[in-house]
Design a protein around this ligand. Structure first.
Ligand SMILES: *Cc1c(COP(=O)(O)O)cnc(C)c1O
Length: 396
């Protein structure tokens, strides 16, 4: 028997998850849930989704043994190469799934939100591919900071809508996209970027990302003839981690390790470690662990990795944390920047700063690992987007 956590009702992960939205959005979410369940039960949808992952996104992504990092750490380390996907990260797995679902539902347009711009670009990409007009909401501050991704989205034919707000960042973009969708859902699908938000998004996005773990399981069995001992992945909203972990969930001897961004350090208050340092609350339509003050006001967050900079986390991660099925560590900006460099030097792979958090964690675990332990570290994305910023930071 396993101690695999099972949600009590659809969309609930213990006391987390659910659907905390205005009544007008319930219709849209119920329609989406029914369409998603229908698609999951339809072999033709799976075939179309997997064909597009293969022919358009370039899957399966390799599982690469990392000989020099393994030697440095003292374990057998493999990297799951989501950095090699079209558009450079795992995000495309999910936007392909939701894009095809939108078409199946007869929706004419896509809506998206984005922080650093990675999910916005992946949404704009699938919109172009399917010939659907697309609007992506983005905080004014992020529009200013992420000029290249704004340009990429516009080049792909997407309208980028700058959003004023409290901080002019991801939280404001999510609010604006949700509000806009409320008036447009008959024609449009809101393509949400992580395993967060109201039901069915956490379940749906996990299902569109589990291809990472399904492939990794087959690949590690072929390479090692056995299952791994540990899986390590960074956690912002939690989609790349959930995608890797989920197909291994019932194998309770495997340690699942999520890595949150400790920013300048947990005790500085400037981080994005919602599980390690957050508390129970409601954010973006879900109950989860979130970063809030005593009055329930959302706190400002920080990470050198823009994709981890989110004051909440997917409800299933919060549940796995409380159930003890997964453990959540945290890694500072400084550790992530060092790991960014280390992986480039040792393996010829420049990781996204988000993924560098997972690399930093396996390095930090060197003392407790042994030579014959097998570890899979998720390379959620490639680091080209971060080179300019890392150069600026390390010259300061
Ligand atoms: C967006 C992003 C993340 C964080 O999102 P999750 O939903 O936590 O996976 C991590 N890595 C990269 C490269 C990203 O673009």
């Amino acid at each position: 028997m396993t101690t695999q956590p099972t949600p009590t009702t659809p969309g609930r992960f213990g006391r987390f998850g659910g659907r905390y939205v205005a009544a007008t959005l319930l219709n849209a979410l119920e329609e989406l849930e029914a369409a998603f369940n229908g698609a999951m039960a339809d072999p033709a949808f799976h075939e179309e989704y997997h064909a597009m992952l293969r022919d358009y996104a370039g899957r399966p992504s390799p599982l690469t043994f990392a000989p020099r990092l393994s030697e440095r750490v003292g374990a057998r380390i493999y990297l799951k190469r989501e950095d090699l996907n079209h558009t450079g990260a795992h995000k495309i797995n999910n936007t392909i799934g939701q894009g095809l679902l939108a078409r199946r539902m007869g929706k004419q347009r896509l809506i998206g939100e984005t922080g650093a711009g990675q999910h916005g670009v992946a949404t704009a990409t699938i919109a172009a591919r399917l010939g659907l007009p697309c609007k992506v909401f983005m905080g004014v501050e992020d529009v200013r900071r992420q000029k290249l991704n704004v340009y990429r989205m516009r080049l792909l034919g997407t309208e980028v809508v700058p959003v004023e707000g409290l901080q002019g960042t991801l939280k404001d973009a999510c609010d604006a996209a949700m509000r806009y969708w409320m008036g447009e859902y008959e024609d449009s699908l809101y393509v949400f970027g992580s395993v967060a938000g109201p039901h069915p998004y956490p379940t749906m996005v996990r299902n569109f990302q589990r291809v990472i773990g399904d492939e990794a399981r087959e690949q590690i069995l072929a390479a090692e003839g056995r299952l791994p001992d540990r899986l390590i992945a960074c956690v912002g909203g939690g989609s790349n981690a959930m995608g890797l972990f989920y197909p291994f969930m019932a194998d309770t001897s495997i340690r699942l390790i999520g890595v949150e961004a400790a920013g300048y350090g947990i005790d500085t208050g400037l981080h994005s470690a919602s599980i390690c340092a957050g508390s129970y609350g409601v954010l973006d339509g879900m109950a989860s662990l979130i970063l809030q003050d005593d009055d329930g006001q959302i706190l400002p967050v920080h990470s050198v990795a823009a994709g981890l900079d989110y004051p909440g986390v997917g409800p299933e991660h919060a549940f796995m944390h409380e159930a003890g099925r997964a453990t959540y560590a945290n890694v500072t900006d400084e550790q992530a920047l060092a790991a960014f460099r280390t992986l480039a030097e040792l393996e010829g792979i420049i990781p996204a700063l988000e993924s560098a958090h997972a690399v930093a964690q396996v390095i930090a675990m060197a003392d407790e690992l042994s030579e014959d332990e097998v570890v899979i570290v998720n390379m959620s994305g490639r680091g080209d987007k971060d080179c300019e910023e890392v150069e600026r930071l390390t010259h300061a």
